[in-house]
Structure formats: C-alpha cells, structure tokens
Design a protein around this ligand. Structure first.
Ligand code: TXA
Ligand code: MG
Length: 345
C-alpha cells in the first residue's frame, strides 16, 4: 500500500487541504496517523467496525486491547457513552488535554473498538491539528499510539514512518509531540478517581477533584493471573531491542556502577545534558534527556529509546526518576521498557 506523507506548515490553506483529504480517507474506512500533544495516534473511524479492526492488523496489536476514542469537543462525549456528573468537572479543568476518561459505552461504539469491554475510553486532545482532523472527518476517531505494538510510542512523524510506511493510507507530519508520553487514563467511581495510566495530567492535579486510587499495574508488577483495569498495561511496552535497566541509588553510586560496566560492555545511559561530558569521558554513549527536568525527560524518552537500537549496545541504563508530577508517568514507562528490572545500588 502507498502511504501518503503530508507535512503541516504555517500555511492554513495548505493544511486545510491535508485535513480534508485525511478526513475523507477516514470516512471511507482508511487509516491515518496524526500528531497529538502526547504521541502520534493511528486513527480510524470509531463508528466503523471494519476500519477500527484494521488498526489491530497494522500495529500487530492484540485484539483484547481497546482503543481510545478521540473527539473534537467535550459536548460530543454523551453521544458515545453514559457520562457521570464528575466527568464534567474533570473536563472543565483538563480538557482539551492529555487525559482520557473510561466510561460506560453506548451501543453505537462497536465492540472491536473496546476489545469487547462495556466501557469506552474518551479523549479530547489539546493539539489543534488533532482536533481539526477529527472535525474534518466528522466522526469520532479511534486511535492507539501509531507504533508497531510493543515498540516505543512515536513522538515524531519519522518514528511513524519507520513503523507504518506501507501499512496505512496517510501519515500527517505535525512536528514533535509536545509532551512525549501518552495521556493519563482514569476511571470515575463516584467521587473517586482510579488512575489506570499516569501521564501529563498528574496525580497532584487530579487530587483537587477527588481521592486518586492507583491501579496496581502502574508501579507494581502484576502476577500472571492478574489483569489490570487498562488491558494495555499488561503488555511489555515501550521497549527497544536493547535491554533497558533502571538504577536506584545516589549519583555517585550510579556513576561508579556505570564506569565498572563500561569496562566489559558497550553500554549507553539515558542522562541529562548536564552530565554528558562526565559520562562520555568514560566511553559510554549518552542518550540525552535534555535539560534537567522530568518534563524534558518525558519529551525525549521514547525518541531516545528508539535511538538506542542504532548503537548496538549491550544495555541502556537509566536512573529512576522521582514519582512526583509527570515523573510518575516517566517512571511507569521506564519500568515497562525495562520489563520491571530494577537494580538497587
Ligand atoms: O495519549 C494517548 O492516549 C495516545 C494518543 C494517540 O491519544 N493514545 C494511546 O493509545 O496511548 P494506546 O492505545 O497506545 O493506549 C491506550 C490504553 C491502553 O492501555 C488500553 O488498554 C487503555 O488505553 N484503554 C482503552 N480503552 C479502555 C477501556 N475501555 N478500559 C480500560 N482501559 C482502556
Ligand atoms: Mg500504545
């Protein structure tokens, strides 16, 4: 299949032509990858069973892992699910934005989209490009991240091209995703907020609207018999081919450990720019997480995990971030990339 690659620009007339073409492809049952503020999505018409099932084939995704339904405005949510009062409070505060809410689905949403569950995940992206595409399609858009299943989510069109060229109808290039990790996913139970996946809307922000309860899959390892509330959280994820290992300990202990490892192995470290010179001096590859903040690390993480494979490394090491703010999302993604392997120093 020939994949059309279309780059958005400052020219709104040219962009509108792209959104019109993409909207038509989506209405006709095609697959279109598009930018959002979190990561790139792989979209299909969420009301078209055949179209959404093509997503699973293109990604190699297990069919029990449901898709997020993207809408252009909060008002549309009640067309597709039964909306509790608490949703509107959350929506007023955080939507459009990097948050997804799981609610009881209406029959209009096909089972292929929800992996057979009676709930549907709803998100209104902050990215204007994403919302323009949804409006232009005139239908809700079911979209997982636009990567091959198991690989790190794409934060650049180049990543989507790497994974999806030849498998889908169109890729819209809208530049680099601002946040870099996927949306926060929550479920509402009365006044309580159950966190299924941490993301850009943090626990601290959500706590203002009710008690936040963590699903066990977020920082713990599930037993084989357990299933998380968000089916996707049980799969190994975000993983490059290079093994990723998390280090817990002081900066000095970590530096000594890395120095030691580098004597026998070719290794890389995910590290901030401020530490680059020191680490490169001992012959270790630095995969930069940018300036010294969890926001910057979140923005860089997936891109640098993909880059790791280009160096033929024995392993990539990363210091565990603090589990505060967006650091919790970062920790959760690194933990999954590492297959839960933590080295305590
Ligand atoms: O930021 C994002 O959320 C991106 C962009 C494209 O919007 N999308 C994304 O989708 O990350 P995906 O498919 O990679 O992750 C969706 C997660 C999966 O873990 C899935 O199991 C969960 O959402 N999910 C979807 N529907 C659900 C439901 N009804 N109940 C519980 N979890 C659900
Ligand atoms: Mg994904």
């Amino acid at each position: 299949m020939k994949t059309v690659i279309a780059r958005l620009s400052d020219n709104s007339d040219a962009n509108n032509l792209i959104f019109n073409e993409a909207g038509q492809l989506l209405r006709e049952g095609g697959l279109v990858a598009f930018p959002t503020e979190t990561v790139y999505g792989l979209g299909a018409n969420a009301l078209d069973e055949g179209a959404s099932s093509k997503i699973y084939a293109a990604k190699g995704r297990p069919s029990d892992n449901p898709l997020i339904v993207h809408l252009s405005c909060v008002e549309d949510a009640s067309k597709y699910c039964i909306v509790p009062e608490q949703f509107y409070k959350i929506a007023d505060a955080f939507m459009p934005g990097p948050i997804t809410v799981v609610m009881k689905k209406k029959d209009i949403i096909p089972d292929t989209v929800t992996g057979g569950l009676d709930t549907v995940a709803i998100r209104i992206p902050a990215s204007e490009y994403a919302r323009k595409l949804i409006s232009s399609a005139g239908v809700p858009i079911a979209a997982p991240s636009a990567n091959i299943s198991g690989k790190p989510s794409p934060t650049l069109a180049a990543h989507v091209i790497e994974d999806m060229n030849g498998r889908i109808d169109m890729i819209i290039d809208g530049g680099s995703s601002k946040i870099g990790v996927e949306s926060t996913i929550i479920k509402l139970i009365g006044d309580k907020i159950v966190l299924l996946r941490p993301g850009g809307i943090t626990v601290e922000m959500l706590s203002l609207f009710g008690e936040v309860i963590f699903d066990k899959s977020i920082i713990g390892k599930l037993d084989i018999s357990e299933s998380p509330e968000a089916p996707g959280m049980k799969y190994r994820h975000y993983a490059p081919n290079t093994p990723v290992k998390i280090l817990v300990g002081s900066d000095d202990k970590i530096f000594d450990f890395i120095t030691d490892k580098s004597k026998n192995d070719k290794i890389g470290v995910l590290a901030f720019e401020k530490d680059r010179a020191k680490i490169e001096k001992i012959g270790v590859v630095v995969l930069s997480l940018g300036d010294n903040s969890d926001e910057s690390a979140s923005h860089e993480l997936f891109s640098k995990l993909r880059e790791a494979d280009k160096y033929n490394l024995n392993a990539v090491y990363v210091k565990a971030p603090d589990k505060k703010g967006i650091g919790l999302a970062l920790y959760n993604r690194i933990l999954k990339a590492a297959g839960h392997e933590i080295i305590y120093l």
